[in-house]
Design a protein around this ligand. Structure first.
Ligand code: GRF
Length: 187
């Protein structure tokens, strides 16, 4: 199974996936990283991991449609089976959704449908809920609305800081995401 990872920033999930798939037994290959931000630290991670990367943005194209069509072309040229979003901060539109139906996966740091959007951890923390978690889901045209594949809950501990909660959420993400992708491969 050949995957492309799309990311925009830090890339800790990209790194966790790359490390989990690095042994031949996984039979999952990360063909490339795509990053839409020139300064995304994830590009550095790809370099260190020896994974090829591509970088361009919608501004490089005449339209958003043309940007996504370029992504479709790239994924088709690279014979990609699955697109894995790992902190990719853009909505996915028709060109990619039509080219990869049920083949685009996202991870979100809350128990969807609660707390979608950019600040899932902080929003759950500030809402004062007793538990939050991590969701892995298929991508559709909405913001964190696609069909859920897997969820893992975790309690928000009394007196815990937001930073502590973020650390615990990311730890779950780094373990759950590779595990779920491996399971998808077997389906
Ligand atoms: C993760 O919390 C992920 O759930 C969300 O964006 C964050 C990306 O973090 N979609 P990183 O760039 O993988 O460190």
């Amino acid at each position: 199974m050949r995957c492309a990872i799309f990311a925009s920033g830090n890339g800790s999930n990209f790194q966790a996936l790359a490390e989990a798939f690095s042994d031949d037994q996984s039979a999952i290959e990360i063909a490339f990283l795509f990053c839409d931000q020139a300064a995304g630290y994830v590009l550095e991670r790809a370099k260190h991991l020896g994974i090829q990367s591509y970088h361009f943005t919608p501004k490089d194209f005449a339209s958003r449609q043309a940007y996504e069509e370029a992504l479709v072309d790239l994924c088709q040229k690279e014979a990609i089976d699955y697109i894995i979003l790992a902190g990719y901060m853009r909505i996915i539109h028709e060109p990619l959704l039509e080219a990869y139906p049920l083949r685009i996966i996202n991870i979100h740091p809350s128990l969807l449908p609660d707390f979608p959007g950019r600040q899932g951890i902080r929003d759950a923390y500030q809402a004062g809920v007793e538990e939050t978690g991590v969701t892995i889901h298929y991508v559709d045209e909405g913001i964190d609305t696609g069909q859920i594949i897997a969820q893992e809950k975790l309690p928000i501990l009394p007196g815990e800081s937001l930073e502590e909660l973020e650390t615990r959420i990311h730890r779950i993400e780094h373990q759950l995401y590779p595990q779920v992708i491996k399971e998808l491969k077997g389906r």
